[in-house]
Design a binder for this molecule. Structure first.
Ligand SMILES: Cc1cc2nc3c(=O)[nH]c(=O)nc-3n(C[C@H](O)[C@H](O)[C@H](O)COP(=O)(O)O)c2cc1C
Length: 252
């Protein structure tokens, strides 16, 4: 089994590890000229962003040549995934892949514009994360079929409305609006955890124009020096089973 994952604050890496098999980082795969993956089972584990998948995962789905008898897609999310399942089904359909199983794990929501990270951490026990992951592990091990049906009418509605929400939130130039405060010691960790190679650190931190809006730089900064405009949350989130070293290894 092979799992391709995308992570900013560790939830997806943790879930991918728990399911098992060979783990491949999507940001690293995307730096290859050709992406070919063949295994008895192949899965994607990624976060829900603006009720769909991250931009890079969308691009990965379009580029990767995946050959398998059992293709599965697992989202991690915080508040709700709405049409994210349908987006996965449509992305698979577009490249001729049959999606055998789709699931989601509700975890801490790392979306800083809306959520208080301390509250997300404190309320985590109510979400029964381990129970959700165990169910998915069992299902995948048994090669369970769990599909989502997308009707033609739904496809039309999604094309018209849902995409607009993602397009507004996931703007590639978003990082140019981040603020780096005086606590920054130019350690360069933000550049190492960025899955898009969008940050350079010299005598200052510079953001380029292809941000994935994953907030890996904000959540993993050891000094909490990077902020959104009008955001001064003192707490950041990283999955408790995942280290900074793991995030760097995944995204550098
Ligand atoms: C830009 C952005 C948009 C998000 N949109 C959603 C969303 O629509 N619904 C949701 O439940 N969670 C949303 N989230 C939260 C993440 O899906 C969730 O925290 C995920 O588990 C993070 O995975 P990671 O720790 O592997 O990066 C969003 C997070 C970010 C950064």
């Amino acid at each position: 089994m092979t799992i391709c994952y995308f992570t900013a604050s560790g939830n997806c890496l943790y879930v991918a590890r728990r399911i098992g098999g060979t783990l491949l980082s999507i940001p690293q795969l995307m730096r290859q000229e050709t992406i070919e993956i063949e295994d008895d089972a192949v899965g994607i584990v990624c976060p829900v962003y603006a009720v769909e998948m991250p931009m890079m995962v969308r691009e990965f789905m379009a580029r990767a040549k995946i050959r398998t008898d059992y293709f599965f897609f697992i989202y991690t999310y915080g508040m709700g995934y709405a049409e994210a399942f349908s987006h996965a089904e449509l992305a698979a359909e577009k490249v001729g892949l049959t999606l055998s199983y789709i699931g989601a794990v509700q975890m801490a929501d790392n979306y800083l514009p809306i959520f208080d990270m301390q509250e997300q951490i404190d309320t985590l026990p109510q979400k029964n994360v381990e129970g959700q992951i165990e169910q998915i592990c069992r299902d995948v091990a048994e090669r369970k079929i769990q599909k989502v049906m997308v009707t033609a009418a739904k496809k039309a509605v999604m094309a018209k409305y849902t995409k607009r929400l993602a397009d507004n939130i996931l703007r590639k130039e978003n990082a140019q609006e981040y603020i780096v405060n005086d606590s920054c010691v130019l350690c360069g960790i933000c550049a190492k955890v960025c899955p898009a190679n969008n940050i350079s650190v010299t005598d200052k931190v510079t953001f380029s124009d292809h941000c994935e809006v994953c907030y890996a730089c904000l959540h993993n900064c050891p000094r909490n020096a990077i902020h959104l405009k009008e955001e001064a949350n003192t707490v950041r989130f990283r999955n408790e089973h995942v280290s900074l070293k793991d995030i760097i290894a995944a995204n550098e």
